[in-house]
Write a protein of this length. Structure first.
Length: 594
């Protein structure tokens, strides 16, 4: 085992020990921090509970007496003589063993006719002025509330006492006296001193100024101040901010502290002690854990050393096998590289041939596209010519129809002129008759003499008008004759133009048929050229796809060649590493034992 352990070098030992040491240190520190936090929290909780217990002890000692004082005040409202008052006080005092005496006083002092009654039968001297005592003055000033006096040492018993007093009212509500009691704090001090949190923990009662009311050392009562005797002053607290009425419990440094206002008094329960009282056991277990951790680390180092030596032996055997396999892999890689180079050259030649074929197909496709473009343009021009001829034929037909309508209109106009000719003849006949009548009228007027002169004038004018009408009708007949002649010539011309238009229509129809034949031939040529172009394009696309595939194959072959070269180089490197590893492990095995 020693030989195997020493076969590890310092670096390997550090790799084993350092992580474990880091984990162990981290675990110990974390565990220590958590345990200390839990202990401090528990100390604070227990200190708060102990303060609550001290508060309960104070209430248990003081509040029953206060309740008795309140009951006596209610009993003494009615008139009582001294004897009955003494019996009442004595009977009440017998029930409370922590009370030195109950007493009742009047408002006036003894020389003025007043008196004081003590439950223990004590007779006050004549010069004893109880009206000037603080418990008497403050009780009346409190006007029905209980007054808590400051602790004092009783002159008669030497015990530490505290006075409680309250004003007594009669049935009309006027103050008639004061009832009070002196309570000894001996039993309370014993109970407080008996409370322990640990061996060195101190629990005490102090007043509002910090003076001890309870202490294991009786000489410190009302003579020593807690803040002068305690380490709490090192925490930054003083009488004012420490005894402000709020509960406190905390750990500072190596000590813990707690304070609480107790009962209905102005007193405080203070707790103080070292943390070491609670951490002694935990420190012991910390040491046990640290020793166990170190032993575990040592055992782990020994186990890992043995395991690593066995692993090295396996590595040597695997290295030798790896060298043999790497040699085989290098040979195979070289053969694959040679084959890949041959395949790469063949694929490159195919790629070059396909590139030439693709270029030729592209040229053919370009020429066919040009032919197709010319055929399409011819087809478009012929179609446009046919359209123009169709429009021309339609226009000629429209002209022929219009000419026919014109001839019909001229013929109708001739007929109208014939009708006008009859009307003019009628007008001419009427004018001749009017002229004859006018002539006859002139003859009759002449034979009538002077009486027919006016009629002669009218007849003359009528004859002249008739002559004018006859002359006008002659001129109208001449114009109508001219119109008829022009209409006849126009009819002849229009009929001749109609024949020429019909010949143009027939010629245009023949030209339309020839252009339709040319159009059909152009469409067939353009369609055939388009089909040829599509076929050439498909052939070019297929050739291009084959070319792309061959290029990818060529690229893959090149990559395979490079990968084969890389594998060959990596195999040689692995062979060298395996040889080095094998030789290194052999040297490690052959090291002399120390």
């Amino acid at each position: 085992m020693n030989r195997k352990f020493l076969s590890l070098n310092s670096k390997q030992i550090m790799q084993i020990v350092l992580p474990l040491a880091i984990v162990a240190v981290y675990t110990c520190f974390t565990f220590t921090y958590l345990v200390n936090s839990i202990i401090k929290r528990n100390i604070v909780n227990v200190a708060e509970e102990l303060n609550d217990q001290a508060d309960y002890e104070v209430r248990l000692q003081l509040e029953p007496v206060v309740c008795a004082i309140n009951s006596l005040c209610d009993s003494l409202k009615k008139p009582h003589d001294k004897d009955s008052t003494f019996d009442l006080l004595k009977a009440t005092a017998g029930q409370y063993h922590n009370c030195e005496a109950f007493y009742y006083t009047t408002l006036n002092n003894i020389p003025s006719g007043g008196y004081i009654i003590m439950s223990d039968g004590w007779e006050a001297p004549s010069d004893f002025d109880f009206t000037k005592r603080p418990w008497h003055i403050e009780a009346i000033a409190k006007n029905g509330e209980v007054f808590y006096g400051e602790p004092y040492v009783s002159a008669s018993s030497g015990n530490l006492c505290v006075a409680f007093s309250r004003a007594v009212f009669d049935e009309s509500g006027k103050v008639k006296g004061v009832i009070g009691a002196d309570i000894t704090l001996g039993r309370l001090s014993e109970n407080i001193s008996a409370m322990k949190l640990s061996e060195n923990t101190q629990v005490n009662l102090i007043d509002s100024q910090g003076m001890y009311l309870t202490n294991r050392d009786s000489e410190k009562l009302l003579t020593v101040n807690y803040f002068e005797d305690s380490k709490v002053s090192s925490t930054g607290y003083n009488v004012k901010n420490y005894l402000d009425g709020s509960d406190k419990a905390f750990v500072h440094g190596k000590h813990f502290y707690a304070v609480k206002k107790v009962g209905l008094t102005h007193w405080f329960s203070v707790i103080e002690g070292p943390i070491s009282d609670f951490t002694g056991t935990s420190q012991f277990w910390f040491r046990i854990i640290e020793i166990s951790t170190c032993l575990l680390i040592l055992a782990n180092v020994i186990f890992n050393s043995i395991h690593m030596n066995r692993t090295k032996m396996k590595e040597v055997k695997l290295s030798e096998r790896l060298v043999v396999e790497m040699q085989n892999l290098v040979s195979s890689s070289k053969e694959n590289a040679a084959t890949a180079q041959d395949q790469s050259a063949a694929v490159k030649e195919i790629v070059a041939t396909m590139e030439d074929n693709t270029e030729l197909s592209e040229n053919i496709s370009k020429k066919i596209k040009d032919v197709s473009g010319v055929a399409s343009k011819t087809n478009s021009d012929v179609a446009e010519g046919v359209s123009y001829i169709e429009k021309n034929v339609l226009k000629l037909q429209e002209i022929a129809e219009t000419n026919k309508e014109t001839i019909s209109g001229i013929k109708v106009l001739g007929e109208k002129i014939e009708n006008i000719w009859d009307i003019v003849t009628l007008i001419n006949s009427v004018a001749d008759q009017a002229k004859i009548i006018a002539f006859n009228a002139e003859l009759e007027a002449s034979s009538a003499g002077e009486a027919g002169s006016n009629f002669h004038i009218v007849a003359t004018e009528i004859r002249r008008l008739a002559d004018g009408i006859i002359d006008g009708t002659k001129e109208i007949k001449e114009r109508i004759s001219e119109i008829q002649q022009s209409s006849d010539r126009l009819i002849l011309t229009s009929e001749s133009g109609t024949e020429k238009i019909q010949e143009g229509v027939e010629s245009a129809k023949g030209l339309e048929e020839r252009f339709c034949s040319i159009k059909n031939a152009s469409e067939i040529t353009a369609s055939s050229a388009g089909d040829i172009t599509t076929i050439i394009q498909q052939q070019a696309s297929a050739s291009e796809q084959i070319l792309i595939t061959l290029r990818q194959i060529a690229s893959g072959v090149e990559n395979f060649t490079k990968a084969t070269d890389y594998i060959s180089g990596a195999s040689q490197n692995l062979k060298a590493i395996a040889s080095e590893l094998s030789s290194g492990n052999t040297e490690s095995q052959e090291q002399p034992e120390d």
